[in-house]
Ligand binder design. Sequence first.
Ligand code: NAP
Length: 305
Amino acid sequence: MKAIVVTDQAAGTAGMKLVERPEPQAAINDVVVQVHASGFVGNELEWPSTWTDRGNRDRRPSIPGHEFAGVVTALGYGTTGVSVGQRVFGLADWYRDGTLAEYMAIEARNLAPLPGDVDFTVGASLPISGLTAWQALFEHGRLRTGQRVLVHGAAGAVGSIATQLAHEFGAYVIGTGRAADRQKTLAFGAQAFVDLENSVLEDAGGVDLVFDLIGGDIGKRSAGLIRAGGTLVSAVGPSEARPADGRVVDFVVESDRAQLGEIVQRVRDGRLRTNIGHVACLNDAVAALNPTKRIKGKTIIRFQP
Ligand SMILES: NC(=O)c1ccc[n+]([C@@H]2O[C@H](COP(=O)([O-])OP(=O)(O)OC[C@H]3O[C@@H](n4cnc5c(N)ncnc54)[C@H](OP(=O)(O)O)[C@@H]3O)[C@@H](O)[C@H]2O)c1
């Protein structure tokens, strides 16, 4: 099968190569999926799990990519609840060969049915962004209707879904980002926007929840915005500062079939818009994942026409 592999950690995405690899076999409770479309998170080649397995052993050449939509082609021993030929989408294991390949093996619990009226490209754009946003707001952030939420990087892949979900839930949403992202952020449902390049973050005022997708100094200063009893949720590593009277949670997204169902249903009924910036075929994938100019929205690699 064709797959994109990485072997050189220092090279980053420039070290990606399109090569031939053996097709994966389905282990216990696995399915093999013919990948129709794959997402990619821009900094995943910095994650240790791209390079080692759970025992910290070198697993190169690694196939990156952790979100996909496709069709089940084989079942492993003991696998239930999924059938060959079924359309599925989901979140692949961080430590296994991933989704930038024509076929991948994945535990069945990490995927969900993809409804027939949802395109594979759309399906592949949802798992990481959608689940991260959902879990940040509703599990870790314990969002309640009427609360004030600040979403950093609100025009990005995760931030745009978090903004829409929080808005739908009846929160007052303040999005942040670069100056060029103001209109896009407001169009996703934020009531206010903080231009981090030209405005003062602290002018946003007190909030009940900060969802940090940027980190660094921005994340650190965000702790000071949290109202008493509020929460700073980070998806970019442990926060360097704590709210004076609030919680801090940093987390890594987990697969959840029911939540994937909630997310895709919102796309079907129009409550949620995807944030896809560029779609490329597999032969053009390495160039597409090494853009020479800023792409707004997710890049999706499409394997099947
Ligand atoms: N913990 C988890 O489970 C988890 C899950 C998903 C994602 N993540 C992490 O969350 C982060 C965001 O992911 P994503 O897929 O949403 O990325 P993304 O699509 O690139 O979105 C990030 C957004 O924030 C903006 N931004 C970044 N730094 C900024 C700054 N200093 N000032 C203003 N705007 C800034 C980006 O603008 P530019 O494009 O111009 O930089 C972009 O619009 C990544 O670090 C990713 O690894 C973590």
